[in-house]
Write a protein that binds this ligand. Structure first.
Ligand code: ATP
Ligand code: MG
Length: 715
């Protein structure tokens, strides 16, 4: 295999295949690339069967990309090699053997919305006031415990205060409810895999023998449970290679533990340590800025990172007046860069919080800029999609009460809240599910008419269950929509909304079709499809069309873009106000800044709004602390206000400008501009020489101009 493209340290990491190995290095230094080459090397040079190799990535997209990269390097078929996220790996392991620890093999996987509804249910049953105790708080508590592998029993033993006890009790009820539903949340996937391994050594030893070569990317963001899982798997062969960068640990709020990476050498005394010092991604100016910022963290080991990609352009700083202007200025920079030859797909807008995306989106929409937002309001969270998926879940796992409650009376079939309560109570008394309770409807005081309706639904579900055995997922979706009356309900409704719901269901079928093309009909088909859907993570819908990508910084980890826009550099927003209280959180926030800056290859554009309206409140903002940490000489300023002033005075000198003194403008006036064409005034601010006009031009979109100096004429 040709390793001539790699530097000396990278080569060393690639050929060190036996024993523990850690590659610790800064952003863009080729860590992920080392992993792909190492896997290719194992397959090609060491003749290790792909069956014996495991690679764990942070997102499904990263897994897909890694497989593609390996495929490019070698001829061998790698389709059976396990390259996946922790969660996807655990789903596969549990699907085979979870019955050994008492769960049903057709388990469902809950998303956050489902989890919240379970917590709400639990709180209601315990008469806990959701206003005083927000459900999310319990979810965080539950998740933190699971990430630390603390069971319900242990959590209960640990309680000291009333609140602790309350939390532990909710954890208990929540877990019981999930178990009854044969449902797992994301954290269970890891925790139960460990439980399975601990209770069934034969299962553990099967996987220990299978995975003789283990790789973990982004190791700095593993939590305790993930750490333990890797350690168990690697115990036998000890061929474990982890790569990471402690400066990029940004998931503490999800339990990521930076000490996992820092203690690797303690855990494996014979570990080989490789450092990479050359960054192949970013221009020098960008890297300088990133290095200067991260140097302000005290809790870190200093490291060297240099680039030979050339100095590059200065970092552009946009100081906008408000978030609208921030948006329009970003769009106009995008158009400029596009003319310079950068594709829209090479550009990304990164922000700290999802709520910031709206202002940017508005600007993109206004100027018809193609874009794709990662995360945010997800397609899969829409009611019709959740309904359909709930039907699919019930077909796979009729004991899933959460899904059952969602569909039992959707479309309306005359099964009321009281009936559902009766069924739920009966299920609780008998320790069964609603599905089982439905079978006994006649005997538990449900009126005959309603019982008949339940019987019809039961038989529809059972028939669909049979159909699922020999149908593709797409065919099954059609059957569900038809047999349950769901489609008919939407057709009858015949509103704009119901039409768009039908369209969304159609759109969903492009997803199922893609899945069907890649998978043969089998008993596992529906399970595999639903788990795939459950594992779709924020980062996964980045597409290949020529569109700008919008995403949070968290979602951008591991990725790279030629052009990066990092917006909202204001104290309180980034760093977020929550993190400004303690040094520790501030350092985590600074690592996030480091991640953001180091996504950029060639151009970096930063922005802030002096006045920002967020959650309906408008405030003057302070420049971000992190911005001040970037040396002045690396920055160049772009203020639309300043620029208009300059061009105004130049025009005056050449006497081609139009002096509008004495002309009064008002909102709604139509104007024409020699360069921008026809436009409409949408806002007038200030007076005299500093009077500003916001004008939307048909051809170029919104602009802010000075009333007295801009070469505009009223029409
Ligand atoms: P991050 O910390 O952001 O995850 P990383 O250390 O994983 O970064 P990679 O994504 O593997 O870095 O590499 C960054 C870029 O540099 C990629 O485009 C990669 O192809 C390129 N690269 C890495 N090593 C080399 C090399 N030896 N020669 C040329 N290009 C390289
Ligand atoms: Mg990487």
């Amino acid at each position: 295999m040709d390793l001539s493209m790699m530097n000396k340290e990278q080569k060393e990491a690639i050929v060190t295949t036996e024993g523990p190995l850690i590659v610790m290095a800064g952003a863009g230094s080729g860590k992920t690339r080392v992993l792909t080459h190492r896997i290719a090397y194992l397959l090609e040079e060491k003749d290790i069967p792909s069956y014996n190799i495991l690679a764990i990535t942070f997102t499904n997209k990263a897994a897909k990309e890694m497989r593609e990269r390996v495929d490019m390097l070698i001829k061998e078929d790698t389709s059976h090699m396990w390259i996946s996220t922790f969660h996807a790996m655990c789903v596969r392991i549990l699907r085979r053997d979870i019955d050994k620890i008492g769960y049903d093999r057709s388990f469902s996987i809950l998303d956050t919305t489902d989890q919240l509804s379970v917590v709400r249910d639990v709180l209601k049953k315990r008469n806990i006031d959701v206003k005083r105790y927000p459900p999310r708080q319990f979810l965080n508590y539950i998740s933190n415990n699971k990430n630390e592998l603390i069971t319900v029993k242990e959590a209960r033993d640990l309680t000291t205060t009333y609140i602790d006890e309350l939390m532990a009790n909710v954890y208990h009820d929540y877990q019981e409810m999930l178990f009854k539903n044969s449902a797992l949340d994301f954290d269970d996937l890891i925790m139960l895999t460990i439980e399975l391994f601990e209770k069934h050594k034969d299962v553990l030893s099967y996987y220990q023998n299978k995975f003789q070569y283990i790789h973990v990317d982004e190791y700095q963001d593993t939590n305790h449970a993930q750490y333990k899982l890797v350690k168990m798997l690697a115990e036998q062969f000890r061929n474990i290679c982890v790569v990471g960068d402690s400066d990029q640990s940004i998931y503490k709020f999800r339990g990521a533990d930076i000490s996992n990476i820092l203690n690797f050498e303690e855990d494996y005394k014979d570990a080989k340590v490789v450092m990479l010092e050359e960054n192949y991604r970013s221009r020098e100016i960008i890297l300088d800025a990133a290095n200067k910022v991260i140097e302000n963290n005290t809790e870190r080991k200093p490291k060297i990172l240099r680039t030979s990609r050339g100095r590059g352009e200065k970092i552009m700083m946009i100081n906008a007046d408000n978030e609208r202007e921030e948006g329009t200025e970003i769009v106009s920079q995008m158009q400029k860069l596009n003319q310079e030859g950068f594709k829209y797909r090479d550009m990304a807008v990164l922000y700290r919080a999802n709520s910031q995306s709206r202002a940017i989106e508005d600007a993109l929409v206004k100027s018809s800029m193609p874009y794709n937002m990662v995360g945010g309001m997800k397609f899969y969270q829409r009611a019709e999609i959740k309904d359909l998926m709930s039907y699919m879940k019930v077909v796979l796992n009729p004991f899933d009460d959460i899904a059952m409650v969602r569909i039992i009376n959707t479309p309306k079939r005359g099964i009321g809240v009281k009936t559902i309560e009766t069924l739920e109570n009966h299920a609780v008394t008998l320790g069964t599910s609603i599905y089982d309770a439905m079978k006994e409807a006649d005997f538990i005081g449900i009126p005959k008419g309603t019982a008949n309706k339940l019987a019809v639904l039961l038989s529809t579900i059972d028939k669909l269950k049979d159909k699922a055995k020999y149908m593709s997922v797409t065919e099954l979706v059609d059957e569900i929509l038809h047999d349950t009356g769901y489609l008919e309900m939407l057709i009858r409704e015949n509103t704009l909304e119901s039409t768009s719901r039908i369209e969304n269901l159609e759109e969903f079928k492009t997803v199922t079709k893609e899945f069907d093309e890649a998978n043969e009909i089998s008993d596992d088909l529906l399970f595999d499809f639903l788990s795939d859907m459950a594992l779709v993570s924020d980062q996964d819908n980045i597409d290949s069309e020529d569109r700008v990508t919008l995403m949070t910084i968290h979602a951008s980890k591991g990725l790279e873009f030629k052009v990066v826009f990092l917006v909202g550099l204001e104290d309180g927003l980034f760093p977020s106000s929550r993190s400004m209280d303690t040094d520790e959180e501030m350092e985590e926030e600074r690592r996030l800044m480091y991640v953001a800056l180091t996504r950029a290859e060639d151009r970096l554009i930063l922005s802030r709004a002096k006045l920002r309206t967020i959650y309906g409140r408008t405030n003057y903002t302070q420049e971000s602390t992190f911005l001040k940490e970037i040396p002045e000489e690396l920055l160049e300023y772009n203020s639309p206000f300043k620029r208009e002033m300059k061009s105004g005075s130049k025009r005056r000198a050449t006497r081609t400008y139009t002096n509008n003194e004495g002309v009064s403008f008002k909102v709604g006036d139509k104007v024409t501009h020699p360069k921008f064409g026809d436009g409409l005034i949408t806002q007038v601010k200030g007076s005299g020489d500093s009077e500003e006009l916001d004008i939307i031009f048909q051809a170029v979109g919104p602009k802010r101009l000075l009333a007295n100096f801009a070469p505009i004429k009223k029409k």
